[in-house]
Design a protein around this ligand. Sequence first.
Ligand code: FBP
Length: 308
Amino acid sequence: MTMRVTDRVREILGYYDGEQPGVKTSLARLLMQGRLAGSGRMVILPVDQGFEHGPARSFAPNPAAYDPRYVFELAIEAGLSALAAPLGLLRAGADRYAGEIPLILKINNANSLGTVKDEAITATVRDATELGCSAIGFTIYPGSDRQYDMFEEIRAASAEARAAGLAVVIWAYPRGGILEAEGETALDVIAYGAHMAALLGAHIIKVKPPTSLVFDPAARPAYEKAAIPRDRLEDRIAHVVQSAFDGRRIVIFSGGPARDDAAVLEEARGIRDGGGFGSIVGRNAFQRTRRDALQLLDGIVTTYLGTA
Ligand code: FBP
């Protein structure tokens, strides 16, 4: 860290008062890295899609990304805040690129071959500290039949991570149970997932950008009575951020399947204007050629740094 911690980053770290100093130091490292250093925003490159969706669906569009070193270099060259990935991928680059980019070890993973909405624990906090990581990452599936076991797993892992001075990033991913596809990204469901992640002790919460649907009939009157605006993306982002301790937890939004630059940048503007803390952009980065990916990531970073 060459730059001094900025007022904005100090303010954000203040949201975590009472937390272990080691955890705050790890958060500071994520917030003081790359081109967004000091701004209070972050852009993370996640590369666990090979596990979640399979290698060809993930990397065939840009075969260079089959090589773990490629994604390390992409995150470093684009000046991003961190690289998040499963154990094997981080092990394949953590030594060579030591100190060049903060790492988030994704300690649970799912694949698309199983039928149960669940994830296996695939790495330990010890692995994360050995690799020099700043955080562990963990997915919960609120709504799935395995959700309560997942909550217990993250309780145990997060206690261990905090003791080791690591931040905890929760991917709050409602799916399974009564949630059909449209329910997974409904505004009330995403806000509910973000809130539970905060209650489970997440320092950073990752969710999908929500649609304007209110899925749960029991929640509808609350949305209507309070006239919670939900037509514009920025209003929906603001509602999700408010649901995570009134903006006192870092909430970032995921990129989704590859789309054109204009759509990704428009979404980043909505996230920024709604008070979101940034993006976690995988497929829209590594499925493009290196040149195109760097250009889009530059656009995303510039959006978060600016107001236009
Ligand atoms: P993307 O930008 O590629 O969507 O990555 C974000 C992420 O959370 C990944 O960490 C994860 O593998 C992926 O989304 C899961 O996507 P999906 O919901 O489509 O299975």
